[in-house]
Design a protein around this ligand. Structure first.
Ligand code: NAD
Ligand code: IPM
Ligand code: MN
Length: 358
């Protein structure tokens, strides 16, 4: 029987609330599809800072590197915002991403018919949305040198090397080839040198290796409005770290909530799965969080392990629960985090286990 070891990092705020539901889904999937899954919890973010005086303990890093996959809930809270440098929760997440090496952050955005009415946008605009943001995750302005900070001035550098652009472009084109064969590269080449290199390298990779994919370039400001005006024009959106961060939150308007967007970071040593949303301090502890993004991240995790059937069943369970209008508050419903997951799991696997006791 195949067996997988998953490092689970619940983190802060609603992180543990949604992670718990993803864990139940993985346990149910393992039971239904005859594989073993070992879920080990490790601290990260503010929770780790309080307990171990550091937001990314070495033990967490080592456990993640030794795992078959990593699942993260969310990190951060305003109460830790006074921290600086590598004591920041966000720095812990960036260090984790860098250590695991997954440079391609895949953020799919689908609007099932059941959510067309939940979107703040007009139904005729959002209906049929099925796009994938491929966000470069381990370079760009998040990591660029030089960076500096003083009382009078602060600076960050948006740096991309040719090699970094080539590998993320190849990843995005090869995914586009298997989808609808259309890639939109988003940059700010009308102003930034780094974007001019980005655009010319993406164009080279297109011409030399993927001429069958249709390539378009958009400036980030235009991409933002196009995403809202006509989202179904997009198949794969390829972009850098900062633009991808912003566009993916904006894309949360399409299905009506950021809470339902998942992600996978691939191409490195160990794949990392995490919902797109943050720790949502405004609703933490209330039991209202939408676990959809975490559950869909568990679908991506199952796919990453090669457990395709289990992934499809879990995804169908999510779609079925939404079709029956089992909706959390962010989508206009009334059900709790756990009630939504219960509905998903009973659709997918006919039973809903409690969280495994460790
Ligand atoms: P956020 O994503 O936490 O919340 C933005 C809004 O979306 C809030 O109104 C929140 O209630 C809502 N929301 C988010 N997830 C939801 C869910 N699952 N169900 C229902 N509603 C949901 O962004 P923020 O408030 O800007 O950031 C809060 C903290 O989270 C900050 O410390 C930030 O750095 C951190 N953060 C972490 C991650 C991560 O861990 N991957 C991602 C983004 C932000
Ligand atoms: C995300 C988050 C992170 C990012 C933060 C918390 C470091 O916003 O995953 O989208 O900017 O990448
Ligand atoms: Mn973000």
């Amino acid at each position: 029987m195949p067996g997988y070891k998953i490092a689970v990092l619940p983190g802060d705020g609603i992180g543990p609330e949604v992670t718990r539901e993803a864990e139940r889904a993985l346990v149910a999937a393992a039971q239904a599809f005859d594989f073993e899954i070992e879920l080990e919890h490790w601290p990260i973010g503010g929770t780790a800072l309080e307990k171990f005086d550091m937001p990314f303990p070495d033990a967490t890093r080592e456990a993640c590197l030794a795992a078959d996959a990593v699942f993260l809930g969310a990190i951060g809270d305003p109460k830790w915002d006074h921290e600086t440098g590598n004591r920041r929760c966000e720095a812990a997440l960036l260090a984790l991403r860098k250590a695991l090496g997954g440079y391609a952050n895949l953020r799919p955005v689908i609007v099932p018919e059941s959510l067309v009415g939940a979107s703040p946008l007009r139904p005729d605009r959002v209906s049929g949305t099925d796009l994938l943001i491929v966000r470069e995750l381990t370079s760009g302005i998040y990591f660029g040198e030089p960076r500096s900070s003083s009382e009078d001035a602060a600076a960050n550098s948006m740096v991309y090397t040719r090699g970094e652009i080539e590998r993320i472009a190849r990843m995005a084109f090869s995914i586009a080839e298997k989808r609808r064969g259309h890639l939109t590269s988003v940059d700010k080449a009308n102003v930034l040198e780094v974007s001019q290199l980005w655009r010319s390298v993406v164009t080279e990779i297109h011409e030399s290796e993927f001429p069958n994919v249709k390539l378009e370039h958009l400036y980030i400001d235009n991409a933002a409005i196009q995403l809202i005006l006509n989202p179904s024009q997009f198949d794969v959106i390829l972009t850098g770290n900062l633009f991808g961060d912003i566009l993916s939150d904006l894309a949360g308007t399409l299905p009506g909530s950021l809470g339902i967007l998942p992600s996978a970071s691939i191409g490195g040593l160990v794949n990392l799965y995490e919902p797109v949303h943050g720790s949502a301090p405004d609703i933490a502890g209330k039991g209202w969080a939408n676990p959809g993004g975490a559950l869909l991240s568990a679908v991506m995790l199952l796919q990453g392990l090669g457990e395709m059937e289990a992934g499809i069943r879990l995804q169908d369970g999510i779609v079925n629960a939404l079709n029956e209008a089992v909706l959390t508050r962010d989508l206009g419903g009334t059900v709790s985090t756990t009630e939504f997951a219960d509905s998903v799991l009973s659709h997918a696997f006919d039973f809903a286990p409690t969280v495994p006791i460790r």
